[in-house]
Design a protein around this ligand. Sequence first.
Ligand code: AMP
Length: 211
Amino acid sequence: MNVIFLGPPGAGKGTQAKIISQTLGLRYLGTGDLLRSLVAQADPKALEASSFMERGELVPDRLMVEIVSNQLKDLKNGYILDGFPRTLKQAEILEDMLAQLGTKIDCVVYFDLSDSEAECRLLNRYQCKTCGNIYNKDFGICPQCGGELERREDDDPQTIKRRLEVYHTQTTPLLDFYSKRGILKRVDAQGKIEEITERIIQALKDDQDKK
Ligand code: AMP
């Protein structure tokens, strides 16, 4: 099963993708995580992308596709894509690329969350420097590995606002794109992590039962 997680920043896509990929034995590709790790390795293309990331803008499609195309081509069936595609152009390129490989996306899970809740979560979000797990500000150190927690550079109030605007203008058209293909599943992304995991697993199960 090949799945895309779609939704605003702060909706919990990364957290859920990591849990669900482990639970269901799917591979995971998160383009935000990938870009941040390439920036840390001083990859030239990722460094070019980092100025857009810092401002809360999307990395231009051409550059983004150059960065992810090898990873996408290497993905065998059975994966979750988190954070890609984010524009119609990327969705079209992905569709063509998968068609050439003889595969397709089976289900797109849409994380439905209000802007005010997304903003509030992002303002309280802390990430472990060592393992990358996400927590809120009540945690002093990472309960998973004891690593130091830090805020992401793009989780400041100004950049959060811009990321939400960019999501509405550039990414929400994908809801219509995938709805027309009959593969969009809406999930209420409000609530506890475990409740949302349950909803997503149920949505994926319903989808498989239908086919
Ligand atoms: P994320 O961790 O998913 O919130 O992504 C962090 C940042 O990486 C975004 O704000 C964008 O600047 C960039 N990014 C990640 N995925 C994409 C994508 N598919 N297209 C363009 N930019 C992206």
